[in-house]
Design a protein around this ligand. Structure first.
Ligand code: GLP
Length: 243
């Protein structure tokens, strides 16, 4: 694993955006695995800036997102489709018909998971997967103690995840209790993985995930077994790692 130390959130976002733009330049028709959350927001902001300056072209890029809440419509401001549209897709020249997320409104949950895995396979897999990490070590919505070998599936969110994400909703009752997520198996099949971490409150889980034992109790720990992982963190998030 390569670790890049950034001074601030902004610096972290810029370094990570550089890696994504290198991917697009080297392979204009690449498949990007994208993520939501506060960690990648700055990356999207930076990519939009470079696009506006004429330095980046998304016209041949395809994207598949990690996860989506179950039951939210795409125009719900808390849906991950809405997040991606407003932070990136509506602001660059990506072909919207080639931006994919699990369908939160699908009636047949199991069928939706199969469809999403088949879609990723038909695209030839993910070239570069962007990830954040939850406080309990989750990646996507793969919560602790789930089997590592799962593909896309529908999960019941854990109390700590509901607690962490409820701030975005008017009340906790409005927050969905289920979500679709690529599984660990899906994530591990990506050719390259880029994980971004920021803030003091992530320092303990970063140490545990990348320098502790590989265990389903800490889903992100499996990334230690992937052969092309880049971790970009700000000083606070990397504070517990040895320099
Ligand atoms: C959510 C998302 C994850 C994300 C995590 C951390 O639960 N499903 O993909 O990594 O939150 O989010 P943040 O970056 O806001 O800390």
């Amino acid at each position: 694993m390569r670790i890049f130390r950034a001074k601030t959130y902004k610096d972290m976002s810029r370094k990570a955006a550089n890696i994504i733009s290198a991917q697009i330049i080297m392979k204009p028709d690449c498949v990007l695995g994208l993520a939501t959350g506060s960690s990648p927001e700055g990356i999207y902001e930076q990519l939009v800036t470079w696009y506006e300056k004429g330095d980046l072209d998304f016209s041949q890029v395809t994207s598949v997102n990690l996860d989506e809440y179950k039951g939210l419509t795409p125009d719900n401001v808390q849906s991950y489709r809405y997040f991606m549209d407003s932070h990136l897709f509506n602001r660059v020249n990506i072909d919207k018909s080639r931006t994919f997320l699990p369908d939160g409104l699908a009636e047949d949950a199991e069928g939706e998971c199969k469809r999403y895995d088949a879609l990723i396979e038909s695209l030839g897999g993910v070239d570069l997967q962007l990830l954040g990490i939850g406080h309990n070590g989750h990646i996507g919505f793969n919560e602790p103690e789930e089997a590592f070998e799962k593909g896309t599936h529908c999960v019941a969110l854990q109390e700590s995840t509901i607690e962490a994400n409820k701030r975005f909703f008017a009340s906790v009752d409005e927050m969905p209790k289920y979500a679709y997520t690529m599984g660990i198996k899906t994530i591990m099949q990506a050719k390259k993985i880029l994980i971004v971490v920021s803030g003091r409150e992530k320092a303990a889980i970063v140490k545990k995930a990348f320098f502790g034992p590989v265990t389903p109790a800490v889903p992100a720990s499996i990334l230690q077994m992937h052969n092309d992982v880049t971790l970009v963190g700000d000083e606070e998030a990397l504070a517990e790692l040895e320099k």
